[in-house]
Design a binder for this molecule. Structure first.
Ligand SMILES: [Zn+2]
Length: 546
């Protein structure tokens, strides 16, 4: 089969544990045979002779960098694909602009059964969002999912379509109502993630879902990803993936490790329909049966997000003087974690506020089996000492630098005071403590371009507004090496895949990205992924899609 010598490149081969400083290691060439890396090292007479003896094709990379294929450590693939198909309101600044954009779109899409929008942020509508602002626009159901995907603003017809006129609030969520109990059209947290997300996924036809999944995989390839950790899997998403996998001859062009979403419960016996389903599926799709297509664990939401004051903080919010409790009690969370852990599943706990982080670390430390590689998602506000606790319990810090973009954090000083802001996004602290770092996008709640996200991880500056001068806690910046490893080997390690991917080393799969770039944090915004290769096959070529 095919043998290729990739030459005249800078092959990133910094080893685990290196890279605390800005001292990346690069080699000169790489030999790929039958989809596997046979050699990475200096380009010398010996390797040229070996390549010649095997009849290798030589590919000159013109000095480009070659990085291990990125592994998005936290992504929602189906939602990403669906978001690519939605009307994006991200550039709107006001209600009139939003209304105008929707009107134009509605007129241009007379056959669409409903109007699906994304990218809205509460500040655009001065914190207000109700049915009266939408109902006169179009008789079809209008859904506007917020940029962070944690709230949905919709029209009366949409509320009716979901059957939520008189439905009770789910645990951890709110269907906002007026004094008479009439639904106002705003759904937050679990009301959005557990009612709207599944509804929007469900009303799409199976073909639309498979198409969305296909779009998502292409979007990931285009930023250099060859794998991902999918962070809220359910039957609908899994069916779409399986269909796509079957259509592609039994193999996807990207490896996926999925965490099954578990709904919040008050029960303390650990019983959960979703957990039972996750355990059953993991026995079918695991490291021995299909290493590149697995159910590796579960996902649990422990709190919400800071901007809507639903993140669980130890001290009250400065604005309201109130605290928000975590969604789970320690007993209920402990019971589910223990049960999942004993079944061999990895737990991924969403924790954004410091109280949720404490709850999550406590639960995983107390109920987790050492070596299970449980993980905590987001870790936006943590307490001093949390990094050391993560490391001690072998918990992966799963971080999404796109959420640390300073322009998104303008409300934080008012919400929690400048002292607490000084602890936000303490990546460098986690790394210095020795915790495994996995870098992801949380797309579609944030952009999924890995190299741009690494810019924020390393410079702590804004990608969205490059003129914005605020630098977010620069003392917590990761070095470029650390960030690069977090997006590759760290994510592979987080899902027990480091033995076959995540680095450029002999014996591993030839999963890599060819990138035109300068090796400095400041120039990451100019970096361009030219090609993405999975198992020795080119799955993305910028020259062809341009
Ligand atoms: Zn997420």
């Amino acid at each position: 089969m095919a043998v290729t010598l990739f030459a005249n490149g800078k092959f990133f081969t910094t080893q685990e544990g290196d890279g605390k400083e800005h001292d990346a290691r690069f080699d000169g060439c790489m030999l790929v045979e039958n989809g596997m890396i046979e050699y990475v090292g200096s380009d010398d007479a010996d390797i040229r002779a070996l390549a010649a003896s095997k009849g290798a094709e030589i590919r000159d990379l013109n000095g480009s960098h070659v990085l291990p294929g990125f592994i998005d450590g936290h992504v929602h693939a189906l939602l990403l694909g669906q978001s690519l198909q939605r009307l994006n309101l991200e550039r709107c600044q006001s209600l009139p602009e939003i209304r105008e954009t929707i009107k134009t779109y509605a007129a241009a899409h007379p056959d669409a059964p409903r109007i699906l929008c994304g990218g809205w942020m509460e500040f655009m509508t001065d914190g207000k969002a109700d049915v009266s602002m939408l109902d006169d626009l179009d008789p079809r159901p209008i859904y506007i999912v917020s940029r962070d995907l944690h709230s949905c603003w919709c029209s009366t017809t949409a509320i009716k379509e979901m059957g939520l006129e008189s439905a009770p609030d789910p645990v951890g969520g709110t269907i906002h109502r007026d004094a008479q109990g009439k639904a106002l059209g705003l759904l937050s947290e679990a009301a959005c993630t557990l009612l709207v997300w599944p509804h929007l996924a469900q009303i799409a036809s199976p073909e639309e879902r498979v198409g969305a999944m296909r779009d998502a995989l292409q979007a990931l390839h285009a930023v250099g990803c060859t794998g991902c950790v999918e962070m809220a899997m359910d039957d609908i998403g899994w069916d779409a993936l399986q269909t796509l996998r079957a259509e592609m001859g039994g193999q996807l062009p990207l490896h996926i490790a999925a965490h099954w979403l578990i709904r919040p419960t008050d029960s303390t016996d650990g019983d959960s329909e979703e957990l039972t389903r996750a355990i059953a599926l993991s026995q079918q799709f695991n490291a021995s049966t299909s290493p590149d297509f697995r159910i590796v664990g579960i996902k649990i939401m422990c709190d919400g997000v800071v901007d809507s004051c639903t993140a669980a903080l130890i001290e009250p919010y400065s604005t309201t003087g109130m605290t928000t409790d975590p969604i789970w009690t320690p007993e209920a969370l402990g019971a589910v974690v223990r049960k999942a852990d004993r079944a061999g599943l990895q737990c991924a706990l969403h924790a954004i506020g410091d109280a949720a982080a404490k709850l999550a670390i406590d639960a995983l430390s107390e109920h987790g089996t050492p070596g299970r590689r449980h993980r905590i998602e987001h870790l936006e506000l943590t307490s001093p000492g949390d990094g050391a606790r993560l490391a001690a319990a072998g918990i992966t810090a799963s971080i999404q630098p796109a959420h640390a973009d300073p322009v998104l954090l303008k409300a934080w000083p008012e919400l929690m005071g400048t002292a607490r802001c000084g602890r936000a996004f303490a990546y460098g602290d986690f790394a210095a403590s020795g915790a495994n770092i996995s870098i992801g996008s949380d797309s579609p709640t944030a952009p999924w371009d890995v190299l741009r996200n690494l810019y924020t991880a390393t410079t702590r500056r804004s990608v969205r507004d490059q003129d914005y001068q605020t630098v977010m806690n620069p003392e917590f910046a990761l070095s470029l090496c650390q960030a690069m490893q977090g997006a590759t080997r760290g994510s592979a390690y987080s899902c027990f895949a480091e033995g076959w991917t995540g680095s450029l080393a002999k014996g591993l799969q030839a999963n890599f990205a060819v990138v035109k770039m300068e090796w400095t944090p400041q120039s990451l915004l100019q970096a361009q992924v030219q090609e993405t290769w999975y198992k020795g096959k080119k799955v993305y070529d910028a020259a062809r899609t341009a």
